[in-house]
Design a protein around this ligand. Structure first.
Ligand SMILES: [Zn+2]
Ligand SMILES: [Zn+2]
Length: 253
């Protein structure tokens, strides 16, 4: 299984609009972070987790030619704004794209992208088939297990895909979900910044603690803000934890 980080930045992206706060970071392409999205490829399956505002650009630069399934973690715009860009993939597949997410996100997507649904569906608009995922499902050779976590007070989902777990915008992981993550070969976890603590996101020190507690051998951090320098942070992290960067590809057995 191949995982490509299409984007690794926090909700505002890095650098932020207007280029503010840019001086804080070294000129390193790994410090340019588009909004979080991941692309999972196996021999038979192409699956995307989240489609943010830069999805069109991400799909071009990482050469995403087809999409069989989409998993959405939650309804914040930095994770769903790119749903409209999936239109092109409808032309490729000729079918609605299956999307799996929470009940709240299904409601929110239908409301915010109302022109894609129902009797008044605008001709040529993206066709999505929205499904609420509450327990593990199998899609081709992939076992997809939803991982309920908290993003502040908001119930959102991470996903375990075979031995790979992906969690973004997390603040708290319930014990029942920790059990589902345990044994993952690789974990991707969001971490906003070193400090201070944040009400709805894990910080880097909090993420390190969780990765240790879950006894994960290999972990990558995503959703970092514009104060997190790639090289400087990697130098401070335990050797089994790395910051992910845009367009990075990793292989999972
Ligand atoms: Zn986010
Ligand atoms: Zn969010």
């Amino acid at each position: 299984m191949k995982v490509t980080f299409l984007g690794t930045g926090t909700s505002m992206g890095v650098p932020v609009a207007g280029g503010f706060k840019r001086k804080e970071l070294a000129h390193d392409p790994r410090n340019e972070r588009t909004r979080c999205s991941a692309w999972i490829q196996t021999e038979n399956t192409s699956l995307v987790i989240d489609t943010g505002p830069e999805f069109r650009i991400q799909s071009i630069r990482s050469d995403v030619k087809n999409i069989d399934y989409v998993l959405i973690t939650h309804e914040h715009m930095d994770h769903i704004a790119g749903l409209d860009d999936l239109r092109m993939y409808n032309y490729v597949s000729k079918d609605p794209i299956p999307v799996f997410t929470t009940e709240t996100a299904v409601r929110s997507i239908k409301k915010r992208f109302d022109y894609m649904f129902g009797e008044n569906k605008y001709p040529g608009s993206t066709s999505l088939s929205l499904t609420v995922i509450e327990s593990a499902i199998t899609l081709n050779e992939l076992k997809i297990t939803p991982l309920p976590v908290y993003h502040g007070d908001l119930n959102i989902l991470g996903f375990r895909i075979n031995g790979f777990s992906y969690l973004t915008d997390v603040k708290t992981i319930p014990d029942s979900t920790k059990k589902l993550i345990k044994g993952s070969e690789c974990l991707v976890l969001s971490a906003l910044r070193w400090e201070p603590e944040h009400p709805t996101h894990l910080t880097i020190p909090e993420a390190i603690k969780l990765i240790e507690e879950l006894e994960i051998a290999q972990a990558y951090l995503i959703h970092m803000n514009s104060y997190v320098d790639h090289q400087e942070t990697n130098d401070r992290l335990p050797s089994n934890i790395r910051l992910a960067y845009d367009m990075q590809t990793i292989e999972i057995d």
